[in-house]
Write a new protein. Structure first.
Length: 168
């Protein structure tokens, strides 16, 4: 009888382990890194090795890993000055076991995270982290140096607004 109970407990533990968690990562300043230049501009530095290793470990444990970014999905060729990979390019270049990429087009990610059933999210934006927690989703703030997150956002907003002016 004791053997049956032992085997039953093993079976239950294995069944519990089959439940897949969904983990999400922001992209800019979370999976890839930027630095601030002396003139206030920002430039791409490369992959965020620590978070990429964590992402790969989570996937290797059988979890579903996705990217949820506030970027807009690319609809045109990249700008010459933009040396950073797109999320899809980074998946290929860094061998990331990412199953999906979701774009929120500048909106807070909390609603999308809830819709997708995300249990934990990593992000460099304090507002995104706070919104995730408010929605009941565990979130980890990824530290960045200085104001690089805001500077990157400002750069893109400036570029996109100038592009819009030119088309109107």
């Amino acid at each position: 009888m004791k053997q049956i109970l032992t085997e039953w407990r093993k079976y239950i533990a294995e069944e519990d382990n089959l439940e897949q968690n969904i983990y999400s990562f922001d992209f800019d300043n979370t999976l890839i890194r930027y630095q601030t230049l002396e003139d206030g501009d920002v430039e791409y530095l490369g992959p965020h090795e620590e978070n990429i290793a964590l992402l790969k470990d989570l996937a290797a444990q059988g979890n579903k890993v996705i990217i949820v970014t506030s970027r807009c999905k690319p609809t045109r060729p990249k700008y010459d000055w933009d040396k950073a990979p797109t999320p899809e390019e980074a998946i290929q270049e860094f061998g990331l076991p990412v199953e999906e990429v979701h774009y929120t087009y500048g909106n807070l990610k909390a609603d999308k995270l809830m819709e997708l059933g995300v249990s934990k999210h990593w992000d460099d934006d304090d507002d995104e982290v706070a919104a995730a927690w408010a929605a009941g989703i565990e979130a980890v703030a990824v530290p960045v140096e200085g104001e690089v997150t805001q500077q990157l956002r400002d750069k893109w907003c400036d570029v996109l607004s100038k592009e819009e002016e030119e088309t109107n």
